[in-house]
Design a protein around this ligand. Structure first.
Ligand code: COA
Length: 398
């Protein structure tokens, strides 16, 4: 902040951002270790957020600066227990009030809020809040299976298990639900789902079926059903424009959910495959409703019953994909487009999306419920058990 002229009106004029930056570098207020993650933001993320404060170009205003000050004090020292400054000590009095107003929120929570606040300020200046957003607020753990970033008003949720073709484990389902919940609340205008590496996603991780809990296969199926129901719900209820950037082949649930996205951009190398009957399973992701609606019964049946794999161009012709791009320019073309869309008025976009979906929302929830019930039964069937075993046996023979 050095060199930036800040204008304050009395009595706030003394609450200088520079002094807050200095405050956050006092050694006695620093944490003794950065090696281990704490609940809320990690110490590392907190340190990064502190560093980012000093690169802010614009004065965020007195109210925000007081909030930053208060959160910093709460994060490093805990709740305010110092004596109240005298009436005439204006500056210290407003700072004390701000700190005191945080009540008994934990240091962890304060650290997270501090990171979120700095992240949103950096993002508002056109920078990346990636580091700050890379952690589910209040969840206490960084994402293990995702990379979540917010940049240019776009929150990107990137599936990050490229070695397993981004197959979705139980942990990953839970993390995606959390990331969607966060994205629904953050300042971004558009949310994107994409995959790391050469695959978009290879669907449900089949090892999920091999982790049989104490209650046996029935308990596994029931638990899986509850998670699936919640997972699909997160898409049905997502309030902002949701975009799939399909960077490679897509399998199973990563395909069936596409009917719940608002835009689907695909590289020409992408394919779309739902081999449910091969696996003794049945359709999910509301595809038993959205696919016939999008492409007609005949084509939906070919995909959902008879495992027909579509090329990107075929999927586009059937209306499942919005647009196909050459692989060589896929990323640059898609992100240029999305960045420009993200400058449109956010409320107008979100409200229009909600209008489009409102008429079928109840229906989608009912379809989700029916599909989950069917799958709970399928997951306990011999057909499914044998198909999953075959997959792993075939792998073992290679
Ligand atoms: N569940 C669990 N593991 C998976 C997986 C899935 N859905 N998809 C890929 N993997 C794993 C593979 O077992 C392999 O693991 P390994 O390296 O430990 O052997 C790794 O990811 C790479 O996959 P591989 O099969 O070697 O790559 P590929 O390019 O030859 O084939 C797929 C990729 C996706 C076509 C193939 O892995 C596949 O058919 N996966 C199953 C897809 C599926 O049926 N999903 C459920 C739909 S309902």
């Amino acid at each position: 902040m050095a060199g930036v002229a800040l204008k304050f009106s009395a009595p706030w004029r003394f609450v200088k951002l520079r002094s807050l930056v200095r405050l956050s570098t006092i050694p006695s207020l620093q944490f003794h270790t950065t090696a281990y993650p704490l609940m809320g933001a990690t110490v590392e993320q907190f340190e990064q957020a502190k560093g980012r404060l000093s690169i802010l170009k614009n004065d965020p205003g007195n109210e925000v600066k007081l909030q930053i000050y208060a959160l910093f004090k709460q994060a490093t020292q805990g709740p305010c227990n110092t004596p109240k400054p005298g009436m005439l000590d204006f500056v210290n009095k407003v700072k004390w009030d701000a700190w005191k107003s945080l009540g008994s929120i934990t240091q962890e929570e304060a650290r997270q809020q501090y990171c979120d606040l700095i992240g949103s300020l950096v993002a508002a200046e056109g920078g990346s809040s990636a580091q700050v957003a890379a952690q589910p607020a209040g969840s206490g753990a960084a994402y293990e299976t995702l990379m979540v970033t917010t940049e240019d008003s776009i929150t990107t949720i990137k599936l990050n298990r490229p070695a397993k073709k981004n197959a979705i484990t139980t942990e990953m389902y839970n993390e995606i639900i959390t990331a969607l919940e966060q994205a629904a609340k953050d300042d971004s205008v558009i949310t994107v789902l994409t995959g790391a590496g050469d695959f978009y996603c290879s669907g449900n991780d089949l090892t999920n079926f091999t982790k049989i809990p104490e209650g046996g296969v029935e308990a596994m199926a029931k638990r899986g059903g509850d998670l699936l129901r919640e997972y699909v719900r997160a898409y049905i209820d997502f309030p902002k424009p949701l975009v799939a950037v399909v960077n490679g082949p897509a399998v199973g649930i990563s395909v069936t959910l596409l009917g719940l996205f608002d835009l689907v951009y695909a590289t020409e190398k992408a394919t779309f495959h739902t081999p449910f009957s091969q696996l003794g399973q049945s359709a999910e992701g509301c595809s038993s409703y959205t696919f016939p609606k999008i492409m007609g019964n005949a084509k939906a049946t070919e995909m959902l019953l008879f495992n027909k794999k579509l090329s990107a161009v075929q999927a586009c012709e059937l209306g499942l994909v919005t647009e196909v791009f050459p692989d060589s320019s896929f990323q640059s073309e898609v992100w240029t487009r999305l960045k420009s869309y993200a400058t449109l008025p956010p409320n107008s976009l979100a409200l229009s999306k909600q209008l489009i979906r409102a008429t079928e929302k109840e229906r989608l929830h009912a379809v989700n419920e029916a599909e989950v019930e069917r799958l709970i039964e399928r997951w306990t069937s011999d057909e499914c058990f044998n198909a999953v075993m075959n997959f792993f046996q075939a792998k073992a023979k290679l």
